[in-house]
Design a protein around this ligand. Structure first.
Ligand SMILES: Nc1ncnc2c1ncn2[C@@H]1O[C@H](COP(=O)(O)OP(=O)(O)OP(=O)(O)O)[C@@H](O)[C@H]1O
Length: 266
């Protein structure tokens, strides 16, 4: 649950990529804040700058102008307070390490005793339902299980913010539903704040407490929509609610407007 403390503040963020073939203004002017403990989904037309935004939030990319602040301090590089889960789980896990080794690796940068590290790894693997697979290698696991390992690695690091870039785009529908519920469960039980980018409108409404709809590039926040569905959600009941249908239709309409360039800048 949100505790009304501003954790992340993005103000007038702009990002221009410079290249030999010309400049690309990926992000025009994005501003929003996120309270501690919130789960925000970000949607928008393809190529509108969602990944660019996440990279700026995570300190992996320097904005051209504007500010990203985490807990009142400017983000100037990768921060231990944030962990990122990407879509390409296959490329983000080291095949020569076991599941346990993959989850443990980033913790080696923290000043922890071996026992404390071990506790965090065991706890994270249990939380994602993979305690039994600790000694397997990633290539022995299904796609959904590999993405669970990536999530375990992120939560073992104990970040304040979990940043997820279309994390379930490459798994089948049933696995995706299970992983969505896992994210909701981890968010609720561990008070982790989550920024979740997705192409899937239904997924954004099902997961989010808020949905940020982005315009086409150069991008701004076209709508910051509060998702007023009950906090207890499940795949069958929640998705069958008339309000769920209204919200998904609304988000869909907004994205269509964005694609047609009809959205008005705030
Ligand atoms: N390194 C780069 N150099 C130049 N242009 C880039 C670079 N990375 C991204 N872009 C451009 O910036 C814009 C936004 O890209 P970005 O990947 O952030 O969008 P996205 O919304 O995540 O895309 P998608 O929905 O397809 O995943 C696009 O026009 C893209 O071509």
């Amino acid at each position: 649950m949100s505790d009304r403390r501003t954790l992340l503040r993005v103000e007038h963020l702009r990002k221009v990529y410079e290249s030999a073939t010309g400049d690309v203004e990926a992000i025009g002017d994005i501003s929003f804040t996120m309270d501690a403990g919130e789960l925000i989904c970000v949607v928008g037309p393809s190529g509108c700058g969602k990944t660019t935004l996440l990279k700026c939030l995570a300190g992996l990319l320097r904005p051209t102008s504007g500010v990203v602040e985490m807990d009142g301090a400017p983000v100037t590089g990768p921060s231990p307070a944030m962990a990122v889960v990407f879509q390409e789980y296959g490329r983000s896990l080291y095949p020569w390490l076991t599941v346990r080794g993959n989850v443990e690796l980033p913790l080696r940068h923290k000043k922890l005793t071996r026992a404390a590290r071990s506790r965090l790894v065991v706890d994270a693997l249990e939380a994602v339902g993979l305690a039994h697979a600790a000694r397997s290698h990633p290539w022995q696991l299904s796609g959904g299980m590999q993405q669970r390992v990536a999530i375990a690695r992120a939560i073992a690091y104990q970040p304040d913010v979990l940043i997820m870039d279309e994390p379930f785009a490459a798994v089948d529908a049933q696995t995706r539903a299970d992983l969505e519920d896992l994210v909701r469960e981890l968010h609720a039980s561990r008070s982790i704040s989550v920024v979740f980018v997705t192409h899937d409108i239904d997924e954004s409404v099902y997961l989010g407490q808020r949905v940020l709809v982005l315009s086409t590039s150069p991008t701004w926040v076209q709508e910051d929509l509060a998702i007023d569905l009950p906090p207890e959600r499940d795949q069958i009941t929640t998705r069958a609610l008339p309000r769920f249908t209204q919200l998904r239709t609304h988000v869909y309409d907004q994205i269509q407007r964005a694609k047609r360039g009809q959205a008005v800048a705030p």
